[in-house]
Design a binder for this molecule. Structure first.
Ligand code: SF4
Length: 730
């Protein structure tokens, strides 16, 4: 009944990503239609994940007909994952939104925009500025994100707006801000190749960030690769050490490793004394995390804990720590991310080649959203509550300062709660599909159905959220418009328009310009004529911030240079040469962005996850990425016939053989997965990739979030998708 783990992913999830990267044509990727011969090539950045791969787009008569990975781009060096290869084909889907749709009927843009403005204005006038909100995305270019945030808040008078990056990166933002003084991922992808020890915590880059994993494979230093994950993932299979901890015991484990590093002489005392704060208090906390206690709470033996700590001590000064959703999406996510940061600080593994406490972002423009979406941060990483920041942004944008709210937005879950309570009556969703992706989905859908006005602006009219909308505004997709993304290593890359959008779909940027016109506030946005002019405004907003990009000479410089990592101040820009600015990391001088320039140890004791096993629900459900061919709610990847061949045909729930035997179920059985909130049907996949008492479902199926328990990290407000109690029935 047990399938050997080495076979698991290949048999069940299709070809391994490494095979796809080596021989893409074998899997039907990157085929040029035989009747078309490209007559020109231009360059773009992939619009799926935060890796930010460079692509060469091959054109016929000015229209893209095919693409290949860019061998000269410093991120991916000539490779792409299946999603990137198929980026053009998903634009041709028959369910593209081609006309505005109002109450189920196609209407012209004039009718749609009048209705949008009249209804939104009516709600705001009647109920005040907190009655309407926008929820956007890390999938659109940051010039558009910034325009949306500026238009909604400065032009239309809303207070609240957030993005789906709350589901993905909010924890890293909060952790970095508290620890480093600014939301500043310190690394460059070169660190994958420069490390002697790479520690992946709650991260499965083989599947979720396959091109980053290719960078790990280029490491010539024979590194130790440590994976901390309850599941025996593809990355864990490739690692030299795998720690299959009990779900959500990661904070305890990290404190235990800190305890051992102190005990076994692994501290960089000079770095701690010169560049950090609150280490002594942290040492008091972790003194209680003895190997015996940590072993009992994590399921990892004391000997293996000692070996883990020893590997870090011996690997210093070239140890890098990498985390993603397994950490970010949990009930104590911020403190867990900071426990990782603390390990890097106490060992001095930061600001040097092959080091860092490195959060890998999710969406192609998650970092752009963090800095420029005007949601919880004022444009350019500023603070809405700070009068000097409001004055600065007013001067940079030409917006009267009194139009800038003096408080940040509610977080996503708080906006939804306010909608549930009736205070928020209208929500404008842009390029996101929360009816599928939000935690405790049935509750979310009940709230969406309560709204007086639900607007969806998206590429496709068939998303679960668009089907519930009163008004759908058809938007152009990646490749059908221009602008910039900021990837995980802070690299800003430019992506051009290489296709015409179908029907009357418009670039989000143009939709915002039209709304400004119909709302009557276009004068405020006369500087926002094109994505490039918006880029110039945002450069001014960034001046003297850690993310200063005033030294970038517009889109043209990004096109020519292979992308530029922030910061690039005016002074740095004057000395810019591609070779010397190709890969840069932060904190090389040990100076952080806090007032005293010291990084701070931040910590709290671990707490149990809110929903625990019970007699009725004896299994812990974890959710996550299924295959490297799938992206989030599959709004786009679900449209590709080539990608479809690389995904399982049915929803599979991974269950350990011990549990399968206890339940009397065999591999392939049809089962129901039941939580307190809902149930769904799936096929049983019996595998040792999950431990007894734990099950796994991929998040791409639109029913999976009916099961998840809605809890949130108190600091980042990020939902915890990784710990819900369920049972399995035949
Ligand atoms: Fe696109 Fe990410 Fe795949 Fe690169 S790894 S091709 S950025 S989806």
């Amino acid at each position: 009944m047990i399938t050997p783990p080495a076979m698991t992913f290949r048999e069940w999830n299709g070809p391994l990503t490494a095979d796809l990267v080596r021989e893409p044509a074998k899997f039907g990727l990157g085929q040029v239609p035989s009747r078309l011969v490209p007559d020109a090539t231009t360059k773009a950045i992939c619009g799926f994940c935060s890796t930010g791969c460079g692509l060469k787009i091959h054109l016929k008569d000015g229209e893209a007909i095919n693409l290949t990975p860019d061998p000269d781009y410093p991120v991916n060096i000539g490779t792409a994952c299946p999603k990137g290869w198929e980026a053009l084909s998903v634009l041709d889907a028959p369910d593209r939104a081609k006309m505005p749709v109002l109450h189920g009927k196609e209407v012209d843009w004039d009718t749609a925009l009048r209705y949008f403005c009249d209804t939104m204005r009516g709600i705001l006038d009647k109920h005040g500025p907190e009655a309407a909100a926008f929820l956007s995305t890390g999938q659109i270019v940051f010039e558009e994100m910034a325009f949306l945030g500026a238009l909604a808040k400065f032009g239309m008078g809303m207070i609240h707006g957030d993005g789906n990056t709350r589901q993905c990166m909010a924890t890293a933002v909060t952790a970095y801000k508290e620890s480093f003084g600014f939301d500043a991922p310190p690394f460059t992808y070169g660190d994958f190749e420069e490390s002697d020890v790479l520690v992946f915590i709650g991260a499965n880059p083989c599947i979720a960030h396959p091109i980053m994993w290719q960078r790990v494979l280029r490491n010539q230093r024979n590194p130790e690769i440590i994976v901390v994950d309850p599941r025996f993932t593809e990355t864990a299979m490739a690692a030299t050490q795998h720690y299959a901890i009990k779900p959500k015991s990661d904070l305890t484990l990290l404190y235990g490793i800190a305890h051992l590093i102190i005990r076994d002489g692994g501290l960089d005392s000079a770095f701690i004394a010169d560049h950090t704060r609150r280490f002594d208090e942290f040492a008091v906390l972790v003194a209680d995390f003895t190997p015996e206690r940590v072993s009992a709470e994590t399921g990892i033996s004391a000997e293996r804990l000692v070996h883990f700590a020893k590997t870090i001590i011996e690997g210093t000064p070239r140890v890098s720590f990498w985390w993603t959703m397994g950490v970010n999406q949990s009930h104590q996510a911020t403190r867990t991310a900071q426990a990782i940061i603390n390990l890097a600080l106490m060992t001095g593994n930061i600001g040097k080649p092959g080091t860092g406490a490195n959060s890998i972002t999710g969406q192609c423009n998650a970092m752009g959203s963090r800095l420029f979406s005007n949601t919880t941060n004022l444009l350019g990483g500023h603070d809405f509550r700070n009068p000097a920041h409001r004055e600065k942004v007013a001067a940079a944008t030409g917006i009267p300062v009194e139009r800038i709210p003096d408080r940040p937005s509610l977080a996503y879950d708080q906006i939804i709660k306010a909608a549930d309570e009736g205070t928020v009556k209208a929500i404008w969703f842009v390029a996101t599909n929360p009816s599928h992706s939000w935690i405790d989905q049935n509750k979310m859908n009940r709230v969406l159905d309560k709204l007086e006005f639900l607007v969806v602006q998206d590429m496709y009219c068939t998303t679960e959220t668009a089907k519930r909308a009163h008004l759908v505004l058809p938007a152009a997709g990646w490749g059908e418009k221009e602008g910039c993304f900021i990837n995980s290593e802070r690299r800003i890359g430019y992506s051009p328009k290489v296709r015409r959008a179908p029907g009357q779909a418009l670039a989000d940027f143009h939709i915002f310009r039209l709304i400004a016109h119909y709302w009557g506030c276009e004068d405020l946005f006369r500087g926002w004529q094109t994505p490039e002019s918006a880029f110039r405004i945002l450069q001014r907003c960034s001046e003297n911030q850690p993310c200063d990009i005033t030294g970038i000479e517009g889109h043209e410089m990004l096109r020519k240079s292979g992308g530029v990592q922030w910061p690039l101040s005016r002074e740095q820009g004057s000395k810019f040469e591609v070779s010397s600015f190709k890969e840069r990391r932060l904190f090389e001088d040990g100076q952080f962005y806090t007032p005293d320039k010291r990084a701070q140890f931040v910590f709290d004791p671990p707490e149990a996850a809110p929903e625990q096993r019970s007699e009725e629900y004896p299994l812990i459900l974890m959710t996550g990425r299924g295959t490297s061919a799938q992206w989030h709610t599959e709004t786009r990847t679900g449209k590709s016939a080539v990608l479809a061949k690389m995904m399982p045909e049915e929803l599979m729930v991974d269950v350990n053989p011990v549990d399968a035997e206890r339940l009397g179920l065999c591999d392939g059985a049809s089962v129901r997965v039941v939580s307190k909130r809902a149930e769904l049907s799936a096929k049983l996949r019996v595998t040792t990739c999950v431990n007894p008492g734990e099950v796994f479902l991929p998040m791409h199926d639109n029913r999976v979030n009916q099961l998840t328990h809605a809890s949130f990290d108190p600091h980042s407000r990020q939902p915890s998708y990784k710990h819900s109690a369920v049972r399995i029935e035949a």
